[in-house]
Design a protein around this ligand. Structure first.
Ligand SMILES: [Zn+2]
Length: 449
């Protein structure tokens, strides 16, 4: 009989996932010093940045010293890649011939950022995803369907390899159209899936309307891992997905420049664990930059990938906003929790009529009201000196009879949850734009006016 440690089958890495917080901090500091030294010695960009700040790797001795290391932003990465060596630029820390993976960011605005990884980095990518998939209950018995062509974007490649690493059977569902993907899931009795929230909902709609298949009743998907949008951390959107598929839906956060740094576990604690074995995730006050350690105070997420070597990600300003949860997670992991996941991009959280609003708060309200379709659009404009906010929604055909009641409920909830009044436009069912992968539902037209 083999002797298994406590929780050996509950955690991907039972040792680090249950380390005492102090031991985790020590591990992070050790790795942080190593990656800063590595970047300083090998990348012209990092050495220049640190020298300009009067910083040498030996200056980092304690956790407090981490804040002395200058932050890096996406815009800086775009400038870097105009330099040699082509096409990545001078943040590269390894000879070009050691790079085995090319990926690029998938954002819809601005130039994409290229991302080089070595084979060792690639192992690290799938390791980070293995933590998250295992925490979401993926095991050797799962047959995982991925309904995307992965192309030059990293997320589902890493999900694919990590699922294999765990021992799952993986079905790559690219090239097929949505109907063919649904039929493939049915044919193969797939048990798990990875997709964006927009696509999870869109696929269920297509299955019902075009194929007469009710995913919750007729398909065998039991867990869905979401990526790319915050939907799986927005309670009402999560509930819609879970009901449509009869499955547990879990969130995860990551970025091409950083890695897969946060995940929800099967306890569904209303938040995301940060992977503290592979990343150093810090929250900083949006205005003062002060480090936030206490729960309940929102801050900007600044992240270091502690083991990513080809193009290091050190104190990357993610522009995402979050807050620490007060209580530890019942799953037993000591990795800290971000309450409610990532609240939104600092860039998207905007002042409307003098009130701070995150588009995700409006999504939470719309998706919580029965009788409204999954689609909506928010348009902010300026009328004279005043902000004007319009919310476009669709009523489900079967809800026409209770239209007035639904609109009253919607207006009340919006005022309660966001402190704003809206112009509500009801559009015919099926007329608002449908999105394939990532949705663009928030349009701020004030700057154009
Ligand atoms: Zn947990």
């Amino acid at each position: 009989m083999t002797k298994k440690g406590k929780g050996a089958d509950r955690y991907w890495n039972p040792v680090v996932e249950t380390l005492a917080p102090q031991a985790l901090r020590e591990l992070q500091l050790k790795k942080f010093k190593r990656i800063v030294k590595w970047a300083y010695e090998r990348s012209k960009f990092h050495r220049g940045l640190y020298q300009a700040a009067g910083l040498r790797p030996g200056d980092i001795r304690s956790f407090e010293d981490v804040a002395k290391v200058p932050k890096v932003e996406k815009a800086m990465m775009r400038d870097i890649q105009r330099k040699d060596p082509f096409p990545y630029g001078d943040a590269l820390c390894v000879p070009l011939e050691e790079v085995t993976e090319f990926r690029q960011t998938s954002g819809t605005t601005g130039l994409p950022v290229y991302q080089p990884d070595t084979w060792q980095d690639w192992e690290w990518w799938s390791e980070a995803w293995a933590y998250l998939l295992y925490a979401q209950g993926y095991r050797r018995t799962d047959r995982v369907f991925i309904p995307f062509g992965y192309n030059i974007f990293v997320a589902f490649w890493a999900g694919h390899y990590a699922a294999e690493k765990i021992g799952c059977e993986v079905v790559p569902g690219g090239v097929l159209d949505t109907e063919a993907r649904v039929l493939k899931i049915q044919e193969l009795k797939a048990t798990a899936m990875m997709a964006t929230p927009t696509y999870v909902l869109g696929m269920a709609d297509t299955a019902k309307k075009k194929l007469g298949i009710d995913p919750a009743r007729d398909l065998t998907i039991k867990k869905i891992t979401c990526a790319g949008e915050p939907g799986a951390s927005i309670p009402s959107t999560k509930q819609r997905m879970q009901e449509a598929w009869g499955a547990k839906v879990y969130d995860h956060v990551g970025a091409t420049e950083i890695g897969a740094w946060g995940f929800e576990c099967t306890a569904q604690p209303g938040g995301l664990h940060v992977n503290e074995a592979l990343f150093l995730t810090q929250l900083e006050d949006i205005e003062t930059g002060e480090l936030i350690e206490e729960p309940g105070r929102k801050g900007k997420i600044v992240i270091t990938a502690l083991d990513r070597m080809a193009q290091p990600c050190i104190r990357f300003d993610s522009k995402d906003v979050a807050e620490w949860a007060a209580a530890p997670c019942p799953c037993g992991r000591t990795f800290r929790l971000l309450k409610g996941g990532v609240a939104g991009r600092a860039d998207d959280i905007t002042k409307i009529k003098g009130v701070l609003v995150a588009p995700s708060a409006i999504e939470e309200v719309v998706r919580s009201i029965r009788g409204l379709s999954n689609e909506f659009e928010i348009v902010v404009t300026k009328k004279g000196d005043l902000d004007d906010i319009t919310l476009k929604i669709e009523l489900l055909p079967e809800a026409e009879g209770t239209r007035d009641l639904i609109l009253v409920q919607l207006k009340d909830q919006l005022r309660l949850k966001t402190n704003l009044g809206y112009n509500i436009e009801v559009h015919p069912f099926g007329s608002l734009p449908r999105y394939e992968v990532k949705a663009k539902r928030f349009k701020d037209l004030r700057k154009l006016a």
